[in-house]
Design a protein around this ligand. Structure first.
Ligand code: GDP
Ligand code: MG
Length: 596
């Protein structure tokens, strides 16, 4: 297709504002999906996505659309909607010239609406504001059209009103996309350059790479080169998705499609990388490439120690489809053999864990997630800490922790509550704007560690569910952080070490020692449970001693019964972990780590 007849766009929206439903409707109206094949959320292919109603992997579909005499090709590029995947979102946006900014007509603008809009503006996309769900009785199109127009410019009357559910207004929207979104521009005679905005592993075909061609063209059977690594591959197949893969004899300027080279690992086909022709390579890659950077780490351990090899194989397999997943073996005194795994964020962690349990039938325990700390010692050595129990002792000069820029949108009556929460979490207010009389945007700088755990739940409960949150990484800053260790009879229990702000150390120590006291069975001697910062004990509990004599229950000389009891006790011991001389059932650690 000639570039003048191509339109590349994405739909950006706050979660649940109806992006997937609208996408489904567009696929039907353009005849790409026949009504009998339609299933809800056609683009969300992974089971977990469908169940959770979120989009993890972006996809691209080509839709024919006739306007006047001209047959246009509209490429709809789906973007993941969650903050964990901001980098993927930004690559998908870079593949487009326009964005449909979709807002629920009964809800109005939310935090992700803004965050995505700002990203789209950074990529100079043409923004088409659209109100969705106008079929809802609670819809307030007049009010929110004014809000949207105020945000993106233009008149409230120009804000399109649609219903992805009934289809009302969707044809007009497709027409508007043709009118308003600029056609792609590129140099057809230059060496080929195409940007990878997604790559997925398929069991049968190997890695399927989604690309947006910018200059030149890519043709089947030629050799291509990945510009970040210089690795070359034979192009086995190239084509477009509409809605299944359709082979073509190449992709030219502005086209969006897929390519297959036979590689088996998505890390050989990295999101953001530039594909060029091996025999006539471009000089400069397209901009914006970054290696995925894990932000949150957690230890993953099989509950049954004999599952360790299965866990290792499962991680190896998942990695084929998840370039951001990284891990290395780790041993814990309390939990045995496992892995320290790096994730893009908490949702990413949950998804990986769920896939491991579901697709590989594993029972796992994960340690409390932590961020990465940069520690500088007084002698100048630098240590990256991804596991709190490895936080260095000795003379520390400073500790840096990752921070984020967060946007909170809230009805004005909850401004005080939001301020309180963010201040408690060591936040710094950067600015505040009234979007309308009763909606406020608050911008904060917050330590990532303070928001990755329960921040979102706390925000929701303090604002009765009305506030929304979005954030993006923003470098790091020095902070007054200490490591709290938990000791059983003087021996450190590695899985419970945590890095916390100095002011929160005491609270953490008291909470953990109390919790462990409940869980650790009595031994034949007294067991002190202590929390310590360095050599200083900050909290203490004691498990009192008992004398447990299993044979006391036996009277008379029933030898075989005695033997059975002793045997049973031995069985029980196998599941025990020794921390120094204290025996603790593995289950105790597991329950201590799982609650809250
Ligand atoms: P996404 O998270 O933005 O992809 O949102 P979904 O497309 O999954 O929609 C979220 C919810 O809103 C689902 O329950 C949809 O059925 C519903 N929904 C989506 N579009 C409309 C609409 O136009 N009208 C109504 N009444 N409901 C809608
Ligand atoms: Mg969706």
């Amino acid at each position: 297709t000639a570039p003048e007849l191509i339109r590349n766009f994405c739909i950006i929206a706050h979660i649940d504002h109806g992006k997937s439903t609208l996408a489904d409707r567009m696929l039907q109206l353009t005849g790409v999906v026949q009504p009998r094949d339609a299933r809800a959320q056609y683009l969300d292919r992974m089971d977990i996505e469908r169940e959770r109603g979120i989009t993890i992997k972006s996809q691209a579909v080509r839709m024919p659309w006739q306007l006047g005499e001209e047959p246009y090709a509209l490429n709809m590029i789906d973007t993941p909607g969650h903050v964990d995947f901001t980098y993927e979102v930004s690559r998908s946006l870079a593949a487009c010239e326009g964005a449909v900014l979709l807002v629920d007509a009964a809800q109005g603008i939310e935090a992700q609406t803004l965050a995505n809009l700002y990203l789209a503006m950074e990529h100079d996309l043409e923004i088409i504001p659209v109100l969705n769900k106008i079929d809802l009785p609670a819809a307030q199109p007049e009010k929110y059209a004014a809000e949207l127009a105020g945000l993106v410019g233009g008149e409230p009357e120009d804000v399109l009103r649609v219903s992805g559910k009934t289809g009302e207004g969707v044809e007009e929207l497709l027409d508007r996309i043709v009118h308003r979104v600029p056609a792609p521009v590129g140099d057809p005679d230059a060496p080929a350059r195409a940007m990878i905005f997604d790559s997925v592993y398929d069991t049968y075909r190997g890695v399927v790479t989604y690309v947006r061609a910018v200059d030149g063209d890519l043709n089947p059977r030629e050799r291509i080169q990945m510009m970040s690594t210089k690795a070359t591959h034979e192009l086995l197949e190239i084509g477009v998705i509409s809605p299944e893969a359709i082979k073509t004899n190449g992709l030219g300027v502005g086209e969006v499609g897929y390519l297959i080279t036979g590689v088996k690992d998505v890390r050989q086909s990295k999101v953001g990388d530039t594909v060029t022709a091996a025999n006539n390579p471009a000089e400069k890659p397209l901009g914006g490439y970054e290696d995925p950077k894990p932000m949150v780490f957690s230890g993953l351990y099989p509950i049954d120690g004999s599952d360790y090899p299965t866990l290792r194989d499962a991680l190896d397999k998942l990695k084929l489809n998840d370039a951001a997943l990284n891990y290395e073996p780790e041993t814990s005194v309390a939990l045995g053999f496992g892995f320290r795994v790096g994730f893009l964020g908490l949702l990413h962690l949950e998804i990986v864990r769920e896939r491991l349990e579901r697709e590989f039938d594993l029972d796992l325990i994960s340690t409390a997630p932590n961020v990465v700390y940069d520690v500088t010692m007084e002698d100048g050595t630098e240590v990256k800490v991804t596991n709190p129990s490895e936080f260095p002792g000795g003379r520390i000069k400073d500790v840096r922790e990752p921070i984020v820029k967060a946007t909170v949108l809230t009805p004005s009556e909850f401004v005080g509550a939001v301020m309180g929460l963010c201040t408690d979490r060591r936040g710094q207010l950067d600015g505040m704007d009234y979007l309308s009389e009763d909606r406020v945007e608050l911008r904060w700088t917050l330590p990532l560690a303070e928001i990755v755990f329960d921040f979102f739940d706390a925000l929701k409960s303090r604002t009765r569910g009305y506030a929304s949150l979005d954030y993006e990484p923003s470098g790091d800053q020095a902070a007054d952080l200490v490591k709290v260790d938990i000791l059983l009879q003087g021996d450190q229990v590695d899985a419970f070490s945590a890095i916390v702000h100095k002011d929160a150390a005491y609270e953490y120590g008291v909470k953990m020692t109390a919790k462990l006291k409940e869980i650790i069975p009595r031994q034949q001697f007294e067991v002190p449970i202590q929390a310590a910062v360095g050599a200083r004990i900050i909290a203490r509990e004691t498990v009192r001693a008992i004398r447990k004599d299993v044979l006391a229950k036996c009277y008379g000389g029933d030898i075989s019964r005695k033997r059975k009891l002793l045997e049973k006790q031995k069985e029980g011991k196998k599941r025990m972990k020794n921390i120094g001389s204290v025996e603790v059932p593995k289950e105790a650690f597991i329950s201590a780590l799982s609650s809250d």
